[in-house]
Design a protein around this ligand. Structure first.
Ligand code: AP5
Length: 192
C-alpha cells in the first residue's frame, strides 16, 4: 500500500508515519529527514540545501524527485511506502504521477492532516524547546513563518490536486496522537 501524508509543518506527518511503519510494515519516506541526514553527513546535496532549509524555503524540485524516485524502488519499500513531506508542490505531484506510472505502482490513499495554524505554532515551539541537542535549524519563529507561507502558497494546491481526483481524505489532526492514528487506520482499511 502506497500512501501520501499531507499537512503543514507540525501537523504530525512524521509522528503518524512512524506509527504506520510499525503497524502496517510500510516504509516512511520523509524528504525532510533525508535532507537533514545529507546536511549532517556534509554531502554535496547537504551543502547545497542547508541554507535553503534553514530559511524555511523549498529545496529544488529535481533534488527531492531524484531522491524519491530512487527510494521507492528499493527493496525496503516492496510492501509499500508512506510519503511524508513529498509532494510539496504541484510540479512534484506531477513528477510523482509519472514515476508511479513508469514503475507500475499505484497510490492507495492521500491523507491530509488538518490542523489550525495556532496549534502548529505551539507544537513547533514545544518541539524546539524539548529537542535534545538543540532545535532544528528551521524551528524558529522566522523560518516557521516562512514554512507556513510556503505551505499555503505551494503545498495547499497539492491537496486541491488530489481532491479534484477524488482521492483526498482529510482527518482531524488536532485530536490526540492515538485518535489521529485511528482515523488514518480507518481510511487505509477502506482503501485496502
Ligand atoms: P519537513 O521535515 O518535511 O518538515 P515540515 O513539513 O515542516 O514538518 P515537520 O517535520 O515540522 O512536522 P510534521 O508534520 O512531520 O509533524 P511532527 O510529527 O514532527 O521539511 C523541512 C524542510 O525540508 C522544508 O521546509 C524544505 O526546506 C525541505 N523539504 C522537505 N521536503 C521537501 C520537498 N518535497 N520539496 C522541497 N523541499 C522539501 O510533529 C510536530 C510536533 O508536534 C512534534 O513535537 C510531535 O510530537 C507533536 N505532535 C504530533 N502530533 C500531535 C498530536 N496529534 N497532538 C499533539 N502533539 C502532536
Amino acid at each position: 500500500m502506497n500512501v501520501i501524508l499531507l499537512g503543514p509543518p507540525g501537523a504530525g506527518k512524521g509522528t503518524q508515519a512512524k506509527l504506520l511503519e510499525e503497524q502496517r510494515g510500510l516504509r516512511q519516506l520523509s524528504t525532510g529527514d533525508m535532507l537533514r541526514a545529507a546536511i549532517a553527513q556534509g554531502t554535496e546535496l547537504g551543502r547545497k540545501v542547508e541554507a535553503i532549509m534553514a530559511r524555511g524555503e523549498l529545496v529544488p524540485d529535481q533534488d527531492v524527485v531524484d531522491i524519491i524516485a530512487e527510494r521507492i524502488q528499493a527493496e525496503d519499500c516492496a510492501n509499500g511506502f508512506i510519503l511524508d513531506g513529498f509532494p510539496r508542490n504541484v510540479a512534484q505531484a506531477k513528477a510523482l504521477d509519472e514515476m508511479l506510472e513508469r514503475l507500475g505502482l499505484r497510490l492507495d490513499a492521500v491523507i491530509e492532516l488538518g490542523v489550525d495554524e495556532g496549534i502548529l505554532v505551539s507544537r513547533i515551539e514545544k518541539r524546539a524547546s524539548e529537542t535534545a541537542g538543540g532545535p532544528r535549524a528551521d524551528d524558529n519563529a522566522e523560518a516557521l513563518k516562512k514554512r507556513l507561507a510556503v505551505y499555503n502558497e505551494q503545498t495547499a494546491p497539492v491537496a486541491a490536486y488530489y481532491r479534484a481526483r477524488g482521492v483526498l481524505k482529510t482527518v482531524d489532526g488536532m485530536a490526540d496522537v492515538e485518535s489521529v492514528n485511528r482515523q488514518i487506520g480507518q481510511v487505509l482499511d477502506l482503501a485496502a
